[in-house]
Each structure stands twice: as structure tokens, then as C-alpha cells.
Design a protein around this ligand. Structure first.
Ligand SMILES: NC(=O)c1ccc[n+]([C@@H]2O[C@H](COP(=O)([O-])OP(=O)(O)OC[C@H]3O[C@@H](n4cnc5c(N)ncnc54)[C@H](OP(=O)(O)O)[C@@H]3O)[C@@H](O)[C@H]2O)c1
Length: 273
């Protein structure tokens, strides 16, 4: 992607991670990246943190930019859309990361055939290990998806989803996924503590085991079940651990977690935002 002028509306957790990724990957020149927050004091803090101009004036912010990234909370989306709709043109691209907010909702809020790409990143974007799913709105073309792919690649991996209905499942799996991982890490760590390991060491062992296992899945492309079999020596240690996990229903609990979060996402989408 050639360098573009990019505006980020909302420099919170996700907006800040994207700003850092964009600068690091040189997707925009430093003078070509601008952002906004709701309050003058947070704007000043973000300006100092990121070294880019930050305003509270969304209309001025988005005017003439090649790409606008909408990174405010879903409930704030309608307000921001009504502020910027007059100044946006179909030559610009709008990327929305708002959860449970459809491209149709954003397109209707803008009231013009503006290309919209919906994206669902997650918090590991903050350290370049994010996972983002992107999907196109009605007016988005391949070149717009390419821009979105380049932006989110600067903070991790990117996958494209064709059917927007699946974005609720994406949100429930990879958007919320880090929260599930923290529970698993915490629980494994408790197991270590129960068996006498110091808490700090137990947490480090648990987190690195999850990180390493996940990296091996992605790197090898092998089915997780085969990798699990590699660890599980006949009559060894791991099979006893696995039996305890099956007895505790971990597998079903995780499947149900994704189902429940997907249903919640669907319910929120219907009333969105
Ligand atoms: N966090 C996640 O795991 C995650 C994952 C995927 C997608 N998302 C989506 O990403 C979006 C942002 O989430 P977040 O966690 O980054 O939220 P956040 O940390 O609460 O940040 C929200 C940002 O929006 C700013 N803001 C609020 N109203 C604004 C306005 N009218 N104009 C300009 N800026 C405004 C806030 O400024 P002030 O600080 O001044 O209030 C703040 O900088 C949400 O839609 C969420 O659904 C989040």
C-alpha cells in the first residue's frame, strides 16, 4: 500500500494500537496521521504519547483524508457519523472497528455510497500480536480491503470474512478470545501454586505454554489434536491431565463460551448501536 493520509477517530486502546502500528509500518508519514478523542485533556495526552496532532474536532479531522478509522465505542458511532457525514466523500474509505455495528448501519448513517470496511481486531494488537477479521460493506472494493489488510497487518494477523453475519462469531472467538485465554492462564497458574510453585513462576510457565502452543499451531499448520498427541506419551503424565480436563468439561465450556458470546453479539447487533 502506498502511503496515505489517515485519520483515527477515537484514540483509546484500539485506536492507539493502530496509530502505533501505522507509524511503525510507515503506512502514513508522521505528518499524515492525525487522531481525535472526546476530551481536550485526553487529546493532549495522546498527542504527547504518539507525537501526532490530536483534536476533538472530528469534522476537521476527517476532511480530505484518504482513510478514516472509526475507533469509538459502539454507542458513540451514531453521534460521530452525524458529525462527519457532510464532509466525507465516496473517494474516502471508512474503516469501522466498532463491535456489533454492521456496515449497513454505518453506510446508512453516512447516507452516501462511501466505501466501508468493518474490522474486528483484539487487544493483543497493542503488542503486534493481534488478530483482525475484516469484511467489506456494499461499496467497498478489493483496493479498500487491501488498505484495511495493510493497516491491521501492522498490528498482527488479518483474515477476511465474506459473510458479515459471521462477524458476531469472530467477535465471540477472537475479539473476546484473549479474555478466555487469561482465565485459562490464571487457572493453570493456580494449579502450579497448588502444587507448590511460586505464583510468579507459575504464571510465567502457564502464559508461555499457551503462547508457545498457539505459535506452534499457527507455524506448523497442523491440527491441534495432532500436536496434542505429540505431547501425550502412552501411560505418561499428560494423559492424566487431559482426563481431568475432560472430566471438568473444559472443551464444552469453551464451545459454550463462544456460542453464548455470539448470541450476545447478535442481540446487540439487532439493536445496534
Ligand atoms: N477493546 C477491545 O478488545 C476491542 C476489540 C475489538 C473492537 N473494539 C472496538 O473498538 C472500539 C474502541 O474500543 P476501545 O476499547 O479502544 O475503547 P476506549 O479505550 O474506551 O477508547 C475510546 C476512545 O474514543 C474516544 N471518543 C469518545 N467519544 C468520542 C468522540 N465523540 N469523538 C472522538 N473520540 C471519541 C475516547 O476519548 P476520551 O478518552 O476523551 O473519552 C477514547 O479515546 C469500540 O467500538 C469497540 O467495540 C474493541
Amino acid at each position: 500500500m502506498s502511503q496515505r493520509n489517515i485519520a483515527i477517530v477515537g484514540l483509546g486502546t484500539i485506536g492507539t494500537a493502530l496509530a502505533k502500528g501505522i507509524l511503525k509500518a510507515k503506512l502514513a508519514p508522521r505528518e499524515g496521521l492525525v487522531g481525535s478523542t472526546a476530551h481536550p485533556e485526553t487529546a493532549k495526552a495522546a498527542e504527547e504519547r504518539l507525537g501526532i496532532p490530536v483534536t476533538t474536532d472530528n469534522r476537521a479531522l476527517v476532511q480530505g483524508k484518504d482513510t478514516v478509522i472509526l475507533a469509538v465505542k459502539p454507542k458513540t458511532v451514531p453521534k460521530v457519523l452525524s458529525e462527519i457525514r457532510d464532509v466525507l466523500t465516496p473517494k474516502q474509505l471508512l474503516i469501522s472497528v466498532a463491535a456489533a455495528t454492521t456496515t449497513r448501519f454505518v453506510e446508512e448513517g453516512l447516507g452516501k455510497p462511501i466505501p466501508v470496511v468493518r474490522a474486528m481486531p483484539n487487544t493483543p494488537c497493542q503488542i503486534g500480536l493481534g488478530m483482525t477479521a475484516i469484511c467489506p460493506g456494499r461499496y467497498a472494493r478489493p483496493e479498500h480491503l487491501e488498505v484495511a489488510r495493510a493497516i491491521f497487518s501492522s498490528v498482527g494477523r488479518v483474515a477476511q470474512v465474506e459473510d458479515e453475519e459471521l462477524m458476531d462469531a469472530v467477535t465471540a472467538l477472537s475479539g473476546s478470545g484473549p479474555a478466555y485465554a487469561y482465565i485459562i492462564i490464571e487457572a493453570l497458574s493456580e494449579g502450579g501454586v497448588k502444587m507448590g510453585l511460586p505464583r510468579k513462576l507459575a504464571t510465567e510457565l502457564a502464559a508461555q505454554a499457551i503462547l508457545g502452543g498457539a505459535a506452534l499451531v499457527l507455524d506448523s499448520g497442523q491440527h491441534p489434536a495432532l500436536l496434542k498427541d505429540d505431547v501425550t506419551t502412552p501411560a505418561g503424565v499428560t494423559i492424566d491431565g487431559l482426563m481431568a480436563l475432560e472430566e471438568g468439561g473444559l472443551r464444552v465450556a469453551l464451545i459454550k463460551a463462544v456460542m453464548a458470546a455470539t448470541e450476545r453479539g447478535k442481540a446487540l447487533s439487532k439493536n445496534s448501536p
